[in-house]
Design a protein around this ligand. Structure first.
Ligand code: SF4
Ligand code: SF4
Length: 384
C-alpha cells in the first residue's frame, strides 16, 4: 500500500479578503421551512427559511432585495444594493438556557451541541482537510471573536474543562483554555479522532466538540447581535469571506478563475467535498473551501466493479470494510450495510480517494445513511 502523508499544515501569508455581494443570490432551501415568498422584499439579515430540526439554525438573506424566484430546491434574491438590515439582538444579555438557544437559532446558529451540558468541551483547531487553511486563519486573526463565542458556549455547555486541539508546532491560544497538540496529518482533524486522541475514548458521552468555524460564527453573533450571512472559504492559497448564496460563477469570475467544460468544481475539500452540478449553485453555511480539477487530472469516478484489491480497507480509520458496505448500498441493501458497520464510518473519504477502481465509495455510504434516516423518520411519523 502506498502511504501518502496528507499534511494539514498551511503557509498563510495574507488576511481574509472580502468577496463583494453578487447581483443575485441563490440559496438552497430544500428541506427547509420557507418564511418568505416570490416577489417579497427582504432586508439584509431577514429570516428567509427555518430549519426543521429542533435546534437547527435559521437561514437569512445576505443582501437586501426582492425574492425573484422560489422552487423546491432554491430561492433567488435579486440584490438591491441598499444597506437596509435587521436590528441586532443582544444575545449576551439573555439568560443561558432555552431563551438564549432560541435567540441563537434565530440568528443562524445550529444549537444542538450547545443545548445540553458536558464535562469537557474540545475546540477542534486543526485545518479540516489538506489544502484548507480556514481554521488556522481564524485562530491567527480572530482571537477576540473566538473568545466571545467561547464565552457563550461556556454559559450554555458549562464544561469543567475546555481544550483547544491544535496542530503540533502551532502556538495559538484562547483565554482559560488548555492546549493539546495533534500531528497535522489527515484524517487526524476529524472530530471523532480528535476526541479519541484527547480523551483516549471513542465517542465519550461527557465530551462535546466544536469546530473553530462554528465558534467563530457564535462569536460574531455574540459581538454584533446580527445573523450569520457569510462564510470563510479557502480558495487557492488564500481565504475569502463570501456572502451565503453567492453563485460559484460569481466567485470564479471575481478571482479570475476559469472552469472549462469537463472540469469539476468542488465545494469542500478533496476528501469530503462534493462536486457541484451547476456554477449557478450558491455557497451555503458550512462551505469552507472551493477548488476546481481539470478534466484530465484524475481518472473519472465511476460505477466500476470492485476488484477486491483491499486498498480501501487498509486506509479506513474506522476499521470497517468500505468495499463491502458500498456494495450493499449500491444494491440498496441498507440494513446489511448497517450490519457491517455503516454507522462507524465518519465520512473521511479516504476509501474513495484511494480506490483503485475509482468507485464512489463515500457517495454510496452517504446514500445508505440518508436512505436509512429517511425510512426511519417516515416510520416514526407513521407511529410504526
Ligand atoms: S469514509 Fe471510507 S475510509 Fe473513511 S471511515 Fe468511512 S468507510 Fe472508512
Ligand atoms: S479500493 Fe476499490 S477496488 Fe479496491 S477493494 Fe476497495 S472498493 Fe474494491
Amino acid at each position: 500500500m502506498l502511504k501518502i502523508h496528507y499534511s494539514l499544515e498551511s503557509d498563510l501569508q495574507n488576511g481574509i479578503t472580502d468577496i463583494a455581494a453578487p447581483e443575485a443570490l441563490s440559496i438552497q432551501v430544500r428541506n427547509l421551512v420557507l418564511k418568505t415568498a416570490k416577489r417579497k422584499k427582504v432586508v439584509r439579515g431577514e429570516v428567509i427559511a427555518e430549519h426543521p430540526a429542533k435546534f437547527g439554525g435559521a437561514h437569512h438573506a445576505a443582501c437586501a432585495g426582492t425574492v425573484s424566484d422560489v422552487d423546491y430546491h432554491h430561492l433567488a434574491i435579486k440584490c438591491s444594493g441598499e444597506e437596509e438590515g435587521v436590528e441586532p439582538v443582544d444575545v449576551k444579555s439573555l439568560a443561558p438556557g432555552l431563551e438564549m438557544l432560541r435567540a441563537l437559532q434565530g440568528l443562524g446558529i445550529d444549537c444542538a451541541v450547545l443545548s445540553s451540558p458536558a464535562d469537557i468541551l474540545v475546540i477542534n483547531g486543526l485545518n479540516p482537510e489538506p489544502g484548507i487553511s480556514v481554521v488556522e486563519q481564524l485562530l491567527k486573526d480572530e482571537r477576540e471573536t473566538l473568545e466571545a463565542g467561547l464565552e457563550l458556549a461556556r454559559k450554555l455547555i458549562r464544561p469543567e474543562k475546555v481544550i483547544l486541539a491544535e496542530a503540533k508546532g502551532d502556538t495559538f491560544s484562547l483565554a482559560g483554555v488548555e492546549n493539546r497538540y495533534i500531528k497535522p496529518k489527515y484524517p487526524n482533524s476529524l472530530d471523532a479522532l480528535v476526541v479519541r486522541k484527547i480523551t483516549g475514548k471513542e465517542f465519550p458521552s461527557d465530551t462535546k466538540v466544536m469546530s473553530v468555524m462554528d465558534l467563530y460564527d457564535l462569536g460574531r453573533v455574540a459581538m454584533t447581535g446580527l445573523p450569520v450571512t457569510d462564510t470563510v472559504m479557502t480558495i487557492g492559497d488564500r481565504n475569502y469571506r463570501v456572502p451565503l448564496g453567492t453563485p460559484i460563477r460569481h466567485i470564479l469570475s471575481t478571482l479570475g478563475m476559469e472552469a472549462k467544460s469537463g472540469d469539476t468544481v468542488v465545494l469542500g475539500g478533496s476528501f469530503r467535498g462534493e462536486a457541484v452540478y451547476s456554477l449557478d449553485e450558491g455557497v451555503k453555511k458550512g462551505d469552507h473551501a472551493l477548488f476546481a480539477i481539470g478534466s484530465h487530472v484524475f481518472p473519472a469516478v465511476q460505477d466500476a466493479t470492485c476488484i477486491n484489491c483491499g486498498e480501501c480497507v487498509l486506509n479506513c480509520p474506522g476499521r470497517i470494510m468500505p468495499n463491502l458496505i458500498s456494495r450493499y448500498a449500491e444494491y440498496e441493501m441498507f440494513e446489511m450495510a448497517e450490519k457491517y458497520g455503516l454507522n462507524s464510518c465518519f465520512e473521511c473519504g479516504l476509501c474513495a480517494f484511494s480506490c483503485t477502481a475509482r468507485r464512489p465509495l463515500l457517495q454510496y455510504i452517504r446514500f445508505a445513511k440518508a436512505q436509512l434516516k429517511a425510512s426511519r423518520q417516515s416510520e416514526q411519523s407513521q407511529g410504526l
